[in-house]
Design a protein around this ligand. Structure first.
Ligand code: AMP
Length: 286
């Protein structure tokens, strides 16, 4: 596995592969890798001749009071994991090479970026869209591997790729969970043992919401209430949102019917200083 450190070196390597007709899969990450990330890399390995995994803690997507400084950066471990998952290149650019002095251009996906997490993390999706656009232009992969765990991010990036004719196929990969249901996340490492014990309740709330959504006479308000019941009472918890949304628009439907039967239950809560997000699909009305 080759370690690549600059956009120039990355573009050249990817170009040499394309000239040989080798397909390329890109897996962007912020490192502190876990089985969720590795499942993306293994899928990319199966579907492409060359796999690029990137590790870049993107300051642009963190708010001023968020965890950029303390975000875990276990690089030696990440490097070993990328190699074992079969990546051909580990792309780890420095911040100065990604955002050199004078950098002024951003990618903004209107509408979708302002909902849900966007309301609580202004500028977050602009930062995500900007870095992923840069990575796509540097690597020019055939396929981009993204986790459903970050469902809004997936929708924002799909929109950008379609709107800007980027011509890369998005491969959405299912969420990998702990045995107790907690979605794997690099941020789970922040949880104290007591907080960790409460954390699976976010997934349980989504399951309760799904059961409520499938009931006859379900309404968005009833589904919301079913989810809230599971979360209330966790010590130190703050709920950013718990909603049933149309997966295309990310808006809460006026009623449960008429949505091609599919809704997405989405949630974001804070336990202590740690923000957790999760989501599941629900097929209602059958
Ligand atoms: P991150 O390092 O958090 O920016 O995540 C990098 C990629 O891994 C994103 O596409 C995430 O959606 C995906 N990802 C993160 N956690 C999981 C998980 N538990 N299961 C599947 N994919 C995940």
């Amino acid at each position: 596995m080759r370690l690549v450190r600059t956009p120039r070196e990355m573009s050249r390597l990817a170009q040499s592969w394309r000239r040989k007709g080798l397909s390329i899969g890109l897996v962007p990450t912020m490192g502190a890798l876990h089985q969720g990330h590795l499942s993306l890399m293994r899928r990319a390995r199966r579907e492409n001749r060359r796999v690029v995994a990137s590790v870049f803690v993107n300051k642009l997507q963190f708010g001023p009071n968020e965890d950029f400084a303390r975000y875990p950066r276990p690089f030696a471990r990440d490097r070993g994991l990328c190699a074992s998952a079969g990546a051909d290149a580990l792309y780890r650019p420095g911040a100065a090479s990604m955002y050199p002095r004078g950098f002024r251009t951003h990618a903004e996906v209107e509408g979708l970026s302002e909902l849900l997490c966007g309301r609580f993390r202004p500028g977050h999706f602009r930062g995500v869209a900007t870095i992923v656009l840069k990575l796509l232009l540097q690597v020019r992969p055939d396929r981009l591997y993204l986790g459903e765990k970050d469902f809004q991010q997936l929708m924002v990036l799909r929109r950008m790729i379609q709107d800007m004719d980027l011509g890369v196929r998005v491969v959405a990969c299912r969420t990998i969970r702990e045995p107790d249901g907690l979605a794997l996340s690099s941020r789970n490492a922040y949880l104290s043992p007591e907080e960790r014990a409460h954390a699976p309740r976010l997934f349980r709330a989504l399951l309760a919401g799904a059961a409520a959504a499938r009931r006859r006479g379900a309404t968005p308000a009833l589904v919301r209430r079913a989810m809230l019941r599971e979360i209330r009472g966790i010590p130190g918890v703050r709920i950013d949102y718990l909603l049933a949304v149309d997966p295309g628009t990310l808006l809460e439907p006026a009623a449960m019917g008429g949505l091609r039967g599919v809704l997405r239950l989405v949630g974001a809560i804070r336990i202590g200083r740690t923000r957790l997000i999760d989501n599941i699909p629900v097929y209602c009305g059958e």
